[in-house]
Structures are given as structure tokens and as C-alpha cells.
Design a protein around this ligand. Structure first.
Ligand code: ZN
Length: 510
């Protein structure tokens, strides 16, 4: 056996352990009765420790040394070299994080999450302060152990968005704000209620599921290697490219929740199902930090696909011109007095609101910037935990023109910080920006793309994304994927042009 084959075999088993952990997580979030929570926590902790011990071991070190010698001089862009490089990079990274910090964070997380949930319920930020403070201190310790050149945030964002730093995000955010804030002002000034409110009607859940799944299959979701379930906090999760599951949640009146939630998670799933089969169980579909999505190169790259299919395709005029008849076939009474144009306008309403997960395409990124800026302030000491509600509300007013009536609808709305997940938010915005770059490049490279989208044929677009993005798994960074397929690294112009074009037309802006 060559050193590479031995290395591959070693990583394949780690991939098996991590995917088994993911199956238990999927089960916990979809089917598990509440009584199973405590023992499931034990099972996950045990398996995570086994995975960590397996990875941070002398055996891994020996296999890495041997394979590095063997592949020296090979093409640096080949999957083989990238697989070894990434394993080495994460091996060194995980080794640097003190075991005590990881253990303390893992033990504190479920308690902190429970305190957060109660605090949110009771609008009691003060009760959450000591836990948030501990999570922040542990995250700072983690950042110091990992090391950084610029800002402590850089060490933490690496886990989610390896190409990003505090400095690069600041530039990105400033450019986005310069476009988004004036656009939002013009939209709000021109806003008129629609002639009919489609979301005051009732849409039976079984029919919602049927239509959502039909649209998911239309854009390319392979249900031989996937399934759709219900979850209160929807997600996509994969256990190799051959089993990629999605979840959604339903609201009887508000049809867009499940429909676009399903298309969003389908976008994530298309990425995972499209990974090159040769990468199955390899380092290039292994998240060494025990997170998911596993097959994508970063949160942003993954989010670029969920957002592209949900928003740029699913919320496009062309989509509803093609699929409205089918929607009306499934909901004949509810859609009797509607048409494709009303549907298009109804699913693209812009409204500055308090809650991130309910935000529209124009305001969404402002919610992300606010959170990321606060995280940076907490990590560099510019902000104190106790000051968060005031800072939050001031930024909400500045960016969105609305002030939360209480902390439950403000600083307490997201679960992320209770588990110490600092650095995960910018992925959403990076993904939005990337999605427009990819779609622009696909249009330039496939002259007939417009025509096929107008006919509801998504295979040319899916094929382009598969060969330029999905198949590579984690082989190339987000910026490398962009550079290889569009000729440019991350930049905001295509995304701002997309929003400006779409919403100027929708809101009759000059
Ligand atoms: Zn997503």
C-alpha cells in the first residue's frame, strides 16, 4: 500500500465516525422524543471525543509525515495534494486549541443554551450575561491559542469562512452598506400595500409539502439520495453525497415559509449531492472541526448555493411565470384570484423588520453586519457584554430604522452566541455576494441560460454549478472557486446590481 492509500484509509474511518455523529444529530432534531435529550447528549459527547482522539493522534501525525514525503512535487492544485494539505492544516489547528477550553465550552454550551432560551422567553437579558461572558472568555482563549495577526475575530471566523478576516469583512460591509442603505430608503418611501394579501388564506400542510418537494425535484434534488422532514429549526445535513437530507417547517397561512425554506435547504443539498463521487469519505468531504455542511468549502460558499436557488431562482419572475399554473392546480381556491405577477410581488415584499430569519433580500445583510460588528467589538474589548442591548438597538435604528420593543425581539433573538459560535454570521452575507457572482458568470458562459430558465429547465445552470463549484468539495477555498469560475475574487458589484435591478423594477424606483 502507498502512503497515500494508508492516509486515505485513515481519514475514511474518521469520516465514518463524523457522519455517524451527524446521523444522531439529524435524529435529535427531527424524530427524537424529548426524553432522549440527556442520553443523546452523552452519546454525542462520547463519539465527538472518540473522533477528536482519533484525529489528534500520533497515528495521524505519522501518516501525514509519510504521505507528505510521497506527494512532494505533485501538482499543488490536485485533489490529492489538497486533501493532504487540508488535513495537515486542521491537524495543527485542532492541536493548538487546549483540551480544557474545548471541554469547558462543550460542558457549558447546553446549560448556556437553556439559560438563553429562558432569558429570551422572559425578556431577561441580565440573567444571560454571566453565561455569555463565560462563552466570550472561552472564545477569546481559543482565539489566542489558535493565533492571529490582525484581529482575534480572524482566528474564530476561520472555522466558518477561512478566506475572511475582520479587515476584509469591514471593507465588504462598507461597500454593501453604501449600496443597500440608500436602496432601502427608496423602497420604504415607495412602499404601497398589495391589492390582495395571499397570506391571509389557509394552505393545507400536506399540499404545501407536495408542492415544495416537487419544486425541489424540479431544480435537481435527487430523492433517491435525499428526503424531506419537518424540523422547528430547518437545516440540511449530509452523510456522504449519497444521503443528503433536508428539513423545513410549515405555517398554515404563510406559504412562503415552507416553500422557500425547502428551496433554500435544497440549494445546500444540491451542493452536497453534486460533490465528485471520488471524494466520498475523503479529507475533501470531512469537516475536521466536527461541523457541517461537510462537502462545501465554507459556510459562505454553501450559503451562496442555498440563496441562489431560493432567491435568485425561486423568487424570480420567470420561476412564477413557469410554475404558477401548477401552484394553482394544487391550491385552486387559494390561488383562484391570483396570477404569476401577484405571486412574484407577494414573495418579494421588502420590510425592515426586527427578526433576522424573517428578513427579505434587501434587509437581510444589515442584520448580519450588525451581529458581526458586535462580535468583533466583544472580542477586541471595544464592547462590554452588559452594553449589548443598547448597542443592538442603536444599530437597528441606524441600519433598519426600527427599534426592538424588548430584548427578546432584539439582542436575545439568535441562539448562536449562547454556544460560543462567534464568527459564523458573516458566512450568510459572503454567500449572498458570491451567489450573484456565480450566477452572472453562468449567464456569461451559457448564452442560452435565460431561455432555459424561462422554460423551467434548470439542468444547464445546475450543470454549470456542479462543474465549477459542487464537484470540488473542499478542495478549493471560496475565493479560489470564485477566481477559477468567474475570474475575480469576492466583490459586491454583481450582488448590488442584482438587488438594484430587481427591486427598482418591483417598487417602480427611477
Ligand atoms: Zn442556509
Amino acid at each position: 500500500m502507498t502512503a497515500y492509500e494508508q492516509f486515505e484509509g485513515h481519514i475514511a474511518e474518521l469520516n465514518d465516525i463524523l457522519n455517524s455523529i451527524s446521523i444522531l444529530k439529524w435524529d435529535a432534531r427531527t424524530n427524537m422524543p424529548p426524553g432522549g435529550a440527556l442520553t443523546r447528549g452523552n452519546q454525542l459527547a462520547t463519539l465527538s471525543r472518540i473522533a477528536n482522539d482519533y484525529f489528534v493522534s500520533d497515528k495521524t501525525a505519522r501518516k501525514l509525515d509519510a504521505v507528505e514525503a510521497e506527494i512532494a512535487g505533485e501538482d499543488k492544485d490536485s485533489y490529492r495534494v489538497r486533501a493532504v494539505q487540508q488535513t495537515r492544516q486542521y491537524y495543527e489547528l485542532v492541536k493548538r486549541i487546549p483540551v480544557e477550553v474545548t471541554a469547558k465550552k462543550a460542558t457549558l454550551a447546553p446549560i448556556s443554551e437553556q439559560v438563553w432560551a429562558d432569558a429570551k422567553q422572559n425578556n431577561d437579558f441580565a440573567s444571560f450575561v454571566p453565561y455569555l461572558q463565560q462563552m466570550l472568555d472561552l472564545s477569546k482563549e481559543q482565539a489566542d491559542a489558535i493565533g492571529y495577526e490582525g484581529h482575534p475575530f480572524d482566528a474564530l471566523v476561520f472555522e466558518y469562512e477561512p478566506s475572511a478576516t475582520a479587515a476584509s469583512l469591514k471593507v465588504l460591509f462598507d461597500e454593501l452598506k453604501a449600496g443597500l442603505l440608500p436602496l432601502l430608503k427608496r423602497i420604504v418611501a415607495n412602499d404601497k400595500p398589495l391589492e390582495k394579501d395571499l397570506w391571509q388564506r389557509e394552505y393545507p400542510l400536506d399540499k404545501q409539502k407536495a408542492f415544495g418537494l416537487e419544486m425541489a425535484k424540479k431544480i435537481g434534488y435527487d430523492v433517491q439520495r435525499g428526503r424531506l422532514d419537518i424540523a422547528p429549526h430547518p437545516f440540511e445535513i449530509s452523510f456522504t453525497r449519497n444521503d443528503v437530507r433536508i428539513t423545513t417547517r410549515y405555517n398554515l397561512n404563510y406559504l412562503p415559509m415552507a416553500l422557500f425554506g425547502t428551496l433554500h435547504e435544497t440549494g445546500h443539498a444540491l451542493y452536497e449531492q453534486g460533490v465528485d463521487p471520488s471524494l466520498t469519505r475523503s479529507a475533501l468531504t470531512t469537516d475536521f472541526l466536527g461541523q457541517y455542511p461537510v462537502g462545501g468549502t465554507s459556510y459562505g460558499a454553501h450559503e451562496s448555493q442555498s440563496r441562489l436557488w431560493e432567491n435568485q431562482i425561486g423568487r424570480s419572475r420567470e420561476f412564477w411565470v413557469v410554475h404558477f399554473d401548477r401552484l394553482r392546480e394544487i391550491f385552486p381556491e387559494q390561488m383562484a384570484d391570483a396570477d404569476p405577477d401577484l405571486m412574484y410581488r407577494s414573495v418579494n415584499r421588502v420590510r425592515p423588520s426586527l427578526i433576522r430569519v424573517e428578513a427579505d433580500e434587501v434587509t437581510y445583510n444589515l442584520h448580519i453586519m450588525l451581529r458581526t460588528e458586535i462580535e468583533m467589538g466583544l472580542l477586541d474589548g471595544g464592547l462590554k457584554v452588559a452594553d449589548l442591548p443598547d448597542v443592538w438597538n442603536a444599530k437597528m435604528e441606524e441600519y433598519l430604522g426600527v427599534i426592538p420593543p424588548n430584548d427578546s425581539k432584539g439582542v436575545l433573538q439568535d441562539v448562536h452566541w449562547s454556544g460560543g459560535g462567534f464568527g459564523s454570521f458573516p458566512g450568510y452575507t459572503v454567500g449572498n455576494v458570491m451567489s450573484a457572482q456565480f450566477l452572472k458568470a453562468a449567464h456569461e458562459q451559457i448564452p442560452t441560460l435565460d431561455a432555459s430558465l424561462k422554460q423551467g429547465d434548470y439542468s444547464p445552470l445546475l450543470g454549470w454549478l456542479q462543474s465549477n463549484v459542487y464537484r470540488h468539495g473542499r478542495a478549493y477555498s471560496a475565493n479560489e472557486l470564485l477566481e477559477r469560475s468567474t475570474g475575480k475574487t469576492l466583490h459586491v458589484q454583481p450582488y448590488l446590481a442584482y438587488l438594484e435591478g430587481k427591486f427598482s423594477q418591483l417598487y417602480g424606483l427611477s
